[in-house]
Design a protein. Structure first.
Length: 693
């Protein structure tokens, strides 16, 4: 066994150390720590880079064939109950560690340019490091209890980061929405964990799966209970990976700074849900009904997210709904048994979606100061256009991301998405059709975003458009239902203060400009895996499947399966998926580049469908009316009961005590004759009562 495995625990500890040191500095020596901003950033990035180096060393070791390494210690014991904590390194862990650390390092480098003017620069780095540490701890966890602990830490960090600009109401509301929505799913996950432990007596993944299958097969455990426990566990990924019906928090999470949007939506928080499904696969694969639920939830979420993204004008909101849709693909894959395909898409998506989000941040950075210092308008694609000539690096990398997510070969997204569609077709043609149709919609809305942002004439100086957008952003029809469609860009008031500061190339000018190298370098680096990393999972030589496969299968079975490659079937399925993607791209070209088709006319022809998409299928409105307003009404009724019944009973007791005390004080005279008379009267009364009876 290589010595390096004994130090794998350092991977989550190194970024935790960085967060702790910077956090203590902010608490104890705030002004000094904030003045040494870039020194703190270098410390945080260096520690995460060290974790990345260790992660890639472990990945290389696993590729070389070293066995799974698990190290645990007893954390708690009571009678026969023993709970262990530790870390495990296997193929799944090694790949996930490499993805999380590499994306985190690039996001941290990008943050230096994006947050350069923000007064919370150092605090943001501390939060990023703590977030990365929590996710890495989750990945190396050897049992379900430890995963749950880090699962909650990831949720806490997302709350801090989404609400980073907490003095802005929309950001504070978005953070609360994300936190509460995730608590719903996490409560289901906790119930599922407890139910599985009650049934199997273990928190270990494979032991739980084997014992659950045995219990159901022998009739010792009802199949209904097994399905219930599996679905309760699935509620955790439903919330974390923003699946229907707990998807509503993710678009509002755009209120956080763009770097954290990239980290949350690419390699960390949302990926945690799919990762947990992969870890719990030994349990899920023995419960076919739960697998069907997972597959249909994923397919519906993929379709729903894509149809909403079609009408979004906020560049970050469009990418957020795109993330929901792509996560739906991954969950669909897990549900139909395509374990490898689902995790493969998680890996490819992490790189090209991180690049797309960072690209959107670069666009916002280049637009601010051009459109009247209004950060809401700064990320509205209707005020963009023609940015390719101002921001060539951002435009090229964004185009690469669009091609990758649309499934155009040989870009990364093609190989992973095509594998998911092929697996779905073999199991359920209806699910394949939903995924196939969604692929076409995905290509359409992504190239709609590209053309509206980077091609055509620049619209940021058109006063009529700017006035229309500013008036729409400030119009409030129903205050309680106003959507959190907020800046998510830079801190309010910063632009006006720093508009004339052009030192270091970070100032804002009257025309769009390319971002500094600290922002464009991560884009260029992420473009490489977005183009090439899919080649490790080609169907005719699937190295990825030989490395990542279900725990219930052996390498020999996997090799036998991959040897059965049918070229005709592959080219047919791939041709059909590429055809629908090209169709979506052509429609986007005709509508938003060539101007041959008027999107407004289509919206007017199908107003109900247009409003359904624009209003996000009305889920936010429904949840607001049913849960927010409904719970407020319920709270008022409970308050009335508390005031009138509970408080009334307490007050009545007090009043009775008061009056009885007032009455008795007249009897307490201190005269023995009166006391004797009272006793004689009481005895006489008792004699009469008992004598009569």
């Amino acid at each position: 066994m290589e010595v390096i495995y004994q130090y794998a625990w350092l991977i989550p500890v190194l970024p935790l150390l960085g967060a702790m040191l910077v956090g203590l500095g902010l608490i104890s020596f705030n002004q000094v720590t904030n003045r040494l901003r870039q020194l703190n950033a270098v410390l945080i990035i260096s520690l995460m880079a060290a974790a990345m180096g260790l992660s890639f060393s472990l990945l290389w070791s696993q590729i070389q064939g070293h066995p799974t390494y698990t190290r645990t210690l007893e954390w708690a014991a009571a009678g026969s109950f023993h709970l262990t904590m530790g870390y495990t390194v296997d193929h799944l862990t090694a790949v996930m560690l490499a993805i999380v650390t590499s994306v985190a390092v690039l996001v941290m480098i990008y943050t230096d340019g994006y947050m350069s003017h923000d007064p919370g620069y150092v605090r943001f780095y501390a939060y990023l490091s703590l977030f990365g540490s929590s996710m890495l701890g989750l990945v190396v966890s050897p049992n379900l209890v430890q995963i749950y602990i880090f699962w909650e830490l990831v949720g806490m960090c997302s709350y801090l980061l989404v609400g980073f600009w907490y003095d802005r109401k929309s950001a504070a509301d978005a953070a609360q929405k994300a936190f509460v929505t995730n608590r719903v799913g996490d409560f289901g996950l906790l119930l599922g964990i407890l139910g599985l432990f009650w049934a199997t007596g273990s928190f270990e993944f494979e032991i739980m799966g084997d014992r659950l299958a045995e219990l159901v097969q022998t009739g010792s455990l009802s199949n209904v209970l097994a399905i219930l426990f599996a679905i309760l566990v699935f509620l955790g990924p439903v919330a974390k990976s923003a699946q229907f019906p707990l998807h509503v928090w993710l678009p509002d999470a755009m209120e956080g700074p763009t770097p954290i949007s990239a980290l949350i939506h690419a390699a960390t928080m949302v990926a945690a849900g799919v990762f947990l499904i992969a870890r719990m696969y030994p349990v899920f694969e023995h419960v076919p009904a739960a697998m069907n639920v997972i597959a249909y939830v994923g397919a519906f979420t993929a379709f729903m997210g894509a149809t909403i993204a079609v009408t979004q004008n906020d560049i970050k909101k469009g990418l957020a709904y795109s993330t929901i849709s792509q996560l739906g693909y991954m969950v669909l894959a897990m549900g139909v048994g395509a374990y490898t395909a689902g995790f493969f898409h998680l890996m490819t998506h992490a790189f090209f979606k991180a690049m797309l989000f960072l690209g959107s941040g670069s666009v916002i950075h280049g637009m601010e100061g051009v459109v009247g210092h209004d950060p809401v308008v700064a990320q509205d694609m209707r005020a963009m256009g023609g940015l390719r000539k101002y921001m060539p690096v951002t435009a090229i990398t964004f185009l690469i991301g669009c091609l990758a997510i649309s499934g155009i070969p040989p870009f990364a997204g093609f190989w992973s998405k095509d594998e998911i569609l092929g697996s779905a077709f073999a199991v359920n043609p209806f699910l394949w059709f939903v995924g196939w149709l969604t692929a076409g919609i995905t290509a359409f809305y992504m190239f709609r975003m590209y053309f509206m942002t980077f091609e055509g004439q620049f619209r940021g100086k058109d006063e009529s458009i700017l006035q229309q957008l500013q008036s729409a952003a400030t119009t409030v029809v129903e205050p309680e239902l106003t959507p959190n469609f907020g800046p998510g860009a830079m801190k309010q008031g910063e632009l006006a203060e720093d508009h004339d500061d052009h030192s270091g190339g970070h100032g804002h000018s009257d025309t769009p400009h390319e971002s500094p190298w600290t922002m464009t370098l991560p884009l260029a680096v992420l473009a490489i895996p977005s183009m090439l990393i899919g080649l490790v999972g080609t169907p005719y030589k699937n190295y990825f499947e030989e490395f990542i496969y279900p725990p219930s299968e052996t390498l020999a079975e996997v090799m036998e399966k991959t040897a059965e490659f049918d070229a005709t079937e592959f080219y047919t399925m791939a041709g059909i998926s590429v055809a629908i993607a090209v169709t979506g791209i052509v429609l986007a070209v005709l509508m938003y580049r060539a101007k041959k088709i008027d999107p407004a006319a289509i919206a007017a022809k199908f107003p109900s469908l247009y409003k359904l998409s624009l209003n996000k299928w009305y889920f936010d409105d429904i949840y607001h009316r049913v849960f927010v307003l409904g719970l407020r009404r319920l709270a008022r009724q409970v308050l009335e009961v508390d005031f009138r019944v509970v408080d009334g009973a307490v007050n009545l007791t007090g009043i009775f005590t008061l009056f009885s005390g007032e009455s008795l004080k007249y009897i307490e005279t201190g005269r023995a004759q009166l006391y004797a008379l009272i006793i004689f009267g009481a005895v006489l009364g008792l004699v009469i009562v008992f004598g009569v009876t």
